[in-house]
Design a protein around this ligand. Sequence first.
Ligand code: SAH
Length: 352
Amino acid sequence: MSSDSEEVSVRLRQQIDASGPISVAEYMRVANTAYYGRADPLGADGDFITAPEISQMFGEMVGIWLSDIWLRHRPATCHYVELGPGRGTLAADALRTMRRFGWEPSVHFVENSPALRAKQLQAVPDALFHDNLDSLPTDAPLCIVANEFFDALPVRQMVATQAGWRERVIVRNNEAGFAAIPGATAVDDLIPEQFRSAAMGSIYEICPDASSIMHQLSARLAKQGGVMLVIDYGYTQPALGDTLQAVQGHQYADPFNNPGQVDLTAHVDFFELSNCARNGGLLAVGPSDQGAWLSGLGIDQRAQILAATNPDRAGDINAERNRLVGPDAMGTLFKVLAAYAQDWPQPEGFGL
Ligand code: SAH
């Protein structure tokens, strides 16, 4: 165990000893801030791999999707914004594609990991960084991309008990670990009507940060113009279930052990995100399956061209395409949601 992760465990233990159990969200926030801050967790040698790291085709399809909207709307200026850009690979691939259409937007990354900022700067040297949404430009429309960003945000978990719905909290389990138990706070008011009488032990999750970010960006897009693309795994209708998971070295791990050392994620509530967008005055399309969206934008044609120009990599290119699109891989697990200002063109790729 590295000293960093020991430090996170020690800090959380001290906090719990001093002021009692903490919410699952607080635990996840502290753990993930340390986790992403300490090093680059992506890639085959890291803990997990994301779509843009699988193939350049993913970022290229995002670039094509944005360029199509830009060509149809032709705003005088427009900023490219990415939330949690990882290694900057998606942005580099998308921006290269956008340049082919004659579009060179300024680039704004919302990223709080120093380790990943350094990587992102290598991939996109002229990127400007933001700690949060407040400092994003207000002078022009925004084209916002978020791939596997929302799943890293802290979730609150509610659990059905005999005494009603309680917030799940984190306590110390033994010297090394933590455990989640029903806390003292009654949270029945937070549970949608249809789930109030769910079976004992049922879990209902909410992600206040995700809703808040979506609200803020919807207000920006309604005022400034622009579009937002959200790609992640998650559910499309309100649902019960404990989706908090930990991944380390491409294997599932215990989310309540080694905080700061494992990647903690939860499924994204696309129903809530599109509601936030619509309530904020935007139009929304999707969520669609990632496979259908990529196919609609022409990933197969792109794979054929890449394979023809790199015959020695043809097999790999086909395998990468299958990984992104295949129903047994990322094709149906991952969803794509687009939200856009009312006077902006309807985005492509949603089979409408
Ligand atoms: N989009 C990238 C990386 C996904 S990993 C890809 O597809 O490869 C999640 C990313 O979100 C990392 O860059 C992480 O540092 C960033 N992140 C997580 N929580 C954040 C927060 N609260 N604010 C800003 N960035 C955050």
